[in-house]
Ligand binder design. Structure first.
Ligand SMILES: C[S@@+](CC[C@H](N)C(=O)[O-])C[C@H]1O[C@@H](n2cnc3c(N)ncnc32)[C@H](O)[C@@H]1O
Length: 247
């Protein structure tokens, strides 16, 4: 199966894999950040929107939301979940839009899918070009110098007579601008188990490098990766929420 099968052949399992994510809390936190730091406007674009769970919450909170993603099977699911939203098949490292946005989001570490520093720069430039002045670009990231390759997240869920186990971990070699996200999906049904392994190439950066890329364009706040409270990054956590206001 090709790399990134989770977003194509296995996309029916994506929402199950994310069943333990509190999308409502994440969306609400970013809405608060938009009110505190951004321009308060309601034109919203979600980059790498996947099956659209955040778009759903932003629509319900009164935003005029849209999403883009590079994989059509994900967008097909997003369109079913959010029939009133606009979705487009685009690369977040070179997208265009007909109107400016007040809020651009990129959740679940998806900004790392830009894959290289050059493409990350192109993503930041596209965001800057499509954001209204005072608008907010908000995303979460992991710092390559703080990745522990031994750590992983896992969860299990029963669905339509099958038992699913999902596992994910970051992997970084210790140098360079490439890291990967390794995923494993296990499905057991009537005593038979199928296993899929998926490895996703991603860009590796430090928070300091990322701040340097963003600062010419944005006023940057680095915050703790906590969707329940807004607090400055404690300088030790390996993941963080970036809130960037267009200057
Ligand atoms: C981990 S999922 C996140 C989906 C959604 N944001 C969420 O929080 O559930 C990553 C998504 O990024 C999309 N993606 C990967 N590379 C992309 C790119 N270059 N441009 C746009 N979307 C991309 C994938 O198709 C997938 O839907």
């Amino acid at each position: 199966m090709p790399v990134n099968a989770l977003y194509t052949d296995l996309s029916d399992y994506y929402d199950l894999m994310c069943a333990d994510i509190d999308y409502e809390a994440q969306s609400h936190c970013v809405h608060r950040l938009q009110q505190i730091f951004g321009n308060g406007g309601r034109r919203h674009l979600d980059l790498a929107c996947g099956t659209g769970p955040h778009v759903r919450h932003f629509l319900d909170a009164g935003y005029r939301s849209s999403g883009l993603d590079i994989n059509q099977p994900m967008l097909d699911k997003a369109a079913l979940r959010c029939p009133e939203a606009q979705f487009s098949l685009q690369d977040m490292c070179g997208f265009s839009a007909g109107e400016p946005f007040d809020l651009i989001t990129c959740f679940l570490y998806s900004v790392h899918y830009s894959g290289s520093i050059e493409r990350l720069k192109a993503c930041i430039a596209s965001v800057h070009a499509t954001l209204a002045v005072g608008g907010l670009f908000c995303f979460n990231v992991v710092d390559k110098s703080r990745i522990d390759n031994r750590l992983f997240a896992s969860h299990s869920v029963a669905h339509e007579g099958s038992q699913f186990s999902f596992q994910s971990c970051w992997h970084y070699h210790g140098q360079g601008e490439a890291q990967s996200l390794r995923l494993s999906i296990e499905r057991t049904c009537a005593g038979e188990t199928q296993v899929w392994q998926d490895e996703h190439p991603m860009v590796a950066v430090t928070f300091a490098e990322l701040q340097a890329l963003l600062q010419p364009y944005f006023d940057v706040q680095v915050l703790e990766h906590d969707y329940e409270r807004i607090a400055p990054w404690d300088q030790t956590s390996g993941n963080a929420l970036f809130a960037c206001v267009k200057i």
